[in-house]
Ligand binder design. Structure first.
Ligand SMILES: Nc1nc2c(c(=O)[nH]1)N[C@H]1C(S)=C(S)[C@@H](COP(=O)(O)O)O[C@H]1N2
Ligand SMILES: [Mo]
Length: 210
């Protein structure tokens, strides 16, 4: 049998129609993907749940250090969200399961001068966000995606998910948070990426910052 041109054209037409129907959910300059690409700098940290800790400090009333079991015992939520990577792919309709950022904020009680948070990962990655962005009800620390435990490459045992920002702000292998008065750029933010990273404003690179 030869090359099946008509089925190729049919598939292309189908995809074109799907993209058109979902256009309002695909930010400028982004392309729809059905796969789930793996993207990170460096290796996948090897973590042992018996020694794993989640540590929150900085300008808060009550710093905390949680073991894995303590973290898993917190109240859980489910969030449906789209994911946008600055390299150009968008993956729609992800269902995340985990602990809301607001749950952690309630435990530590940020002081009034805590305007930003630095998120740190095992393996030395960091990223930064304003506290008010993190307090959104779709921000969570997740360990399940579409009904399955995350794999190591996608951030197991725990990753941050910030749907309204480019995905480099959604740190994998989260280790802890530092509440800070004032803003301190993280790993990619220091390497030429935008400090805010709103995909709908196409805030990709630091040279766009005013
Ligand atoms: N710790 C850590 N988290 C990270 C990164 C990283 O390099 N290290 N890369 C970010 C980037 S650029 C993206 S697009 C998403 C990708 O998540 P995924 O690999 O689960 O698709 O993870 C983000 N979280
Ligand atoms: Mo990314």
């Amino acid at each position: 049998m030869g090359f099946d041109l008509s089925s190729l054209l049919a598939r292309r037409k189908e995809r074109k129609e799907r993209v058109k129907a979902l256009a309002h959910r695909i930010p400028p300059g982004q392309d729809l993907t059905d796969k789930w690409p793996v993207l990170h700098y460096g290796g996948i940290p090897r973590l042992d749940l018996r020694t794993w800790q989640f540590e929150v400090g900085g300008t808060v009333s009550t710093p905390i250090v949680l073991s894995y079991d303590e973290f898993m015992a917190l109240p859980k939520i489910e969030v449906g969200a789209d994911m946008h990577c600055v390299t150009g792919w968008s993956k729609l309709d992800n269902t995340w399961y985990g602990v809301a950022f607001t749950e952690i904020a309630k435990m530590v009680m940020p002081l009034s001068d805590a305007s930003h948070v630095t998120i740190s990962s095992y393996g030395d990655y960091t990223t930064n966000l304003p506290l008010d962005v993190l307090m959104d009800d779709d921000v969570l620390f997740a360990w399940r995606h579409n009904g399955e435990d995350l794999t190591g490459e996608h951030g197991w045992p725990l990753r941050l998910v910030v749907p309204k920002r480019y995905a480099w702000k959604s740190a994998k292998w989260v280790k802890g948070l530092t509440f800070v008065p004032g803003d301190h750029r993280g790993f990619w933010e220091n390497l030429g990426y935008h400090n805010e990273g709103d995909p709908w404003k196409e805030e990709r690179y630091s040279y766009q910052e005013v």
